[in-house]
Design a protein around this ligand. Structure first.
Ligand SMILES: [Fe+2]
Ligand SMILES: [Fe+2]
Length: 476
């Protein structure tokens, strides 16, 4: 970047980048490394594609979704805060009623940095996880949606890097570099959270990921949008507008897979997985196993069911509850309790614990309710086809790796089982190598406009009111 560089044109923003030399200097060092990262581990082999993408060029209704063809390395990753709320106050925890912080409160600096880095780390991780999917997209429409999510996760990384650069000085700059150095699934330098080190090898996994794991993103962002640190609250509030599309892609993607499978079930008058697979669609039992996997690893992202960190983050005013303002309690929660599940003599039993320590569980339960609504929508889709099978959310103790429930084996229906029973049934409950190999065998790039792979139904409508036959990606 030179001094003639037009910051506002190249990096759309509403944080006065053009007038902030310190921030400019930090970004001048970081931005080339970001582009190198994108080219090395971003969407594979796509540098020359023209993609019909939305770009945020402002935060107003007219500006936040500007659609045009873009080559992805030239995408204008911007920095946006939702509009300030006048006289905003901290509305929970020990600082309740005090003015929201416009600068980092010294006593909470380390925790705040940790929260921002942990959120920031998930954004590039998902781009890395999804980098090969463009090679096997079931349609141009889906390919475009994948790339839209990828560039917006890139922008979410920028959002967190902005906070690190602007508010954390030297150690913030070091953390921003480290966000480009960790790699999803790397043994020596993995991403921070488990689900972000799992592969996303095929499009069913991608749709499950965007349905469940991006939904975790929504709940984390909603909790951070309550933060007493106002820049964090404002940046996450704007990120949520983009997150909605990511969840839509997952929700509708799974729904279209189901739709196509049910159509073939009706045509062939069978629910035999082998016959359905031979006909080139994904049997619902396999869909259920993928669901079980992605849902359970996503539940772990909320953290341990009892956590002193969660209590500290809340008490300090750094991270609130989902829709904090809607609770009619004292927003301090001293003396309140909450029910968690505990393992007692080989059984799951409810136990009440101090709510402050259980705030991870509170957020996880909010997520579970939202996820259940999603499965209801999928089941309505199945019901309309006349097919009798139904999908379900596994029990929250199923396949957990974090917290109290990691100590026990639990079936999808909530029965505590022995290690032997688990091993005997795991192939019914979680995707097997054979399942993944079968799904992989269906994957193949479909690029003719208006054509869709045989295992997925077309969507109800195009993007930005464009028709389905629109050329969403040009390979020129
Ligand atoms: Fe994100
Ligand atoms: Fe997302």
């Amino acid at each position: 970047m030179t001094s003639a560089f037009d910051y506002n044109e190249r990096i759309p923003n509403n944080v006065n980048l053009a007038g902030d030399r310190t921030l400019q200097r930090a970004l001048e060092k970081w931005q080339p490394n970001f582009i190198d990262w994108w080219k090395a581990v971003g969407p594979e082999g796509t540098g020359g594609y023209d993609v019909y993408l939305r770009t945020a060029v402002g935060v107003d209704a007219d500006d936040w979704a500007h659609f045009d063809y873009v080559k992805m390395p030239d995408y204008r990753w911007g920095i946006f805060l939702a509009p300030a709320v006048a006289d905003r106050r901290i509305h929970f925890g020990d600082h309740l009623g005090e003015p929201a912080w416009q600068d980092v409160p010294g006593e909470h600096r380390a925790n705040l940095r940790r929260i921002i880095v942990t959120q920031g780390d998930t954004e590039p991780a998902s781009v890395e996880q999804q980098r090969h999917l463009g090679l096997t997209a079931p349609s141009l429409y889906d390919l475009r949606n994948l790339f839209q999510i990828n560039v917006e996760e890139g922008r979410h990384l920028w959002a967190m890097v902005y906070l690190l650069h602007r508010y954390f000085g030297r150690d913030g700059r070091e953390e921003a570099e480290a966000l480009l150095e960790r790699r999803s699934g790397d043994k020596d330098n993995p991403r921070i959270l488990g689900a972000f080190n799992e592969p996303t090898p095929d499009w069913l996994a991608f749709f499950m990921f965007t349905h469940f794991t991006d939904r975790d993103g929504k709940f984390q962002l909603k909790a951070l949008a309550e933060s007493g640190f106002d820049p964090l609250a404002r940046t996450t509030r704007f990120m949520l507008t983009e997150e909605a599309h990511h969840m839509f892609v997952g929700d509708a993607g799974v729904s279209r897979v189901i739709q196509r499978t049910c159509q073939v079930m009706n045509e062939l008058r069978t629910d035999d997985p082998a016959k359905l697979r031979a006909a080139g669609v994904i049997d619902l039992a396999t869909v259920q196993r993928y669901l079980n996997f992605h849902y359970s690893v996503t539940l772990d992202l909320f953290g341990a069911d009892q956590s002193s960190n969660a209590a500290t983050f809340y008490g300090s005013g750094l991270k609130g509850r989902f829709d904090e303002a809607k609770f009619e309690d004292d927003h301090r929660l001293q003396g309140e309790s909450y029910e968690i599940l505990e393992v007692k003599e080989g059984r799951l039993e409810p136990r009440r614990v101090p709510m402050l320590n259980a705030l991870n569980e509170v957020l996880r339960d909010d997520f579970i309710r939202d996820s259940a609504n999603g499965v209801d929508r999928w089941n309505k889709r199945i019901e309309r086809t006349g097919v009798q099978l139904r999908l379900f959310l596994p029990h929250k103790a199923f396949n957990r790796r974090i917290g109290t429930l990691a100590a026990v084996r639990v079936s999808p229906h909530g029965q505590v089982v022995s290690e032997a029973e688990w091993s005997a049934n795991a192939a019914e409950w979680l995707p097997t190598h054979a399942d993944r190999a079968f799904v992989a065998s269906l994957m193949g790039l479909v690029v003719e406009p208006r054509k869709f792979a045989g295992w997925i139904a077309p969507p109800a409508a195009g993007i930005n009111a464009m028709p389905l036959e629109f050329e969403y990606v040009r390979f020129s």
